[in-house]
Design a protein around this ligand. Sequence first.
Ligand code: FEO
Length: 404
Amino acid sequence: MMATKLAPGVYWVGAIDWNLREYHGYTLPGTTYNAYLVRGEKTALIDGAYHGFEGEVLGRIESVCNPGAIDYIVVNHIEMDHSGTLPAFVRRMPDVPIYCTGRAAAGLARHYDISGWKIHVVKSGDTLDLGGKTLTFLEAPMLHWPDSMFTYLVEDAILFPNDAFGQHVASAARFDDELGKDAAMAHAQKFFANLIIPLAPKVLKKLDEVGGLGIDIRMIAPSHGIVWRSYAGDILKAYTDWSRGVAKEKVTIVYDTMHGSTTMMARAIAEGIMAEGADVRVCLLRDGRYEGTHRSDIVTDILDSKAVIIGSPTLQDEVLPTVAGFLSYLRGLAPGRLTAKKIGCAFGSHGGMGGAVAQAEAALKAAGIEVIDGGFQVNYRPDGDELGRAYELGRRVVQEIRAR
Ligand code: FEO
């Protein structure tokens, strides 16, 4: 096990979870749990990993120093993918103080038996002098848990923001320029789309607060994925843009179908969008004949789309279960909290009274998406005229995007 050097006296000592494929609702190609060692005259360990990765983290620490040399543990966030190794570390280093926020202290007590743990509560602006290395703490409540905190290493201008700016990816690359900028940004976009969207107003406020401190940030070392050293400015700008709702002239169509009628409509709408010269993603939800597109990839596309169109046939007066599940996920993410609002509409076929389209429109509104059209539904199979209307709907959505 080897550590990776970020700067003199600063090391990545995390764990690589090569096999993780699902993480509370989103698909991923593995991930990393990043822990960092900062060595001045004293030594601090920042964050940890999931339970089960204790040996890997300790092994990487041992490539730098004896774990007995650790003087402080900093817990930026208590979620178990970062704190799961803490009980084992405390057993091995029982006298080492744990620096965390008050909410983290309370939260740790709900997760573990912390009797005997030496917890030291910090607030924004508090510092820890390691002798030649200084850590400054900045509380970041609800980014993304109440306990969350950023730690800043003054001398090396490295920000340790825990989950913020992270990406779920497992690879040999430890740095953005090793993974490649496009891949790093794509993984970061998926992370933002699936975890950070509801927090967008808080992200903007925190970025303003960090900017107001006038500190230099040369490197951003999150708790998942690669460390931003060549593109730190790019990921900061991306977080600002994503939080503001900056998006492309792009439409994401999400749908499922029973006998192909809603597919015919989706394809006609997509043709209309393309005829206007805009970008479009057409995402079938269902698993079956086609594998379908996973909801976590769809919301990644929605993040940089200006419009979302939902399609579902009516089943027992309801949207199809796959569509219902997706709409529930979308409502939870609430893209309406992004500064710039998205627009949307709904469509589908039905054999009886219908009902799916109105439900989908209601869900879009609940997610903060402005519904711009009265809903488009057809009885059984769409005929030529109706496919023409679907095509015109696609064109109209793009025209509406451009009119704003
Ligand atoms: Fe990576 Fe909120 O845990």
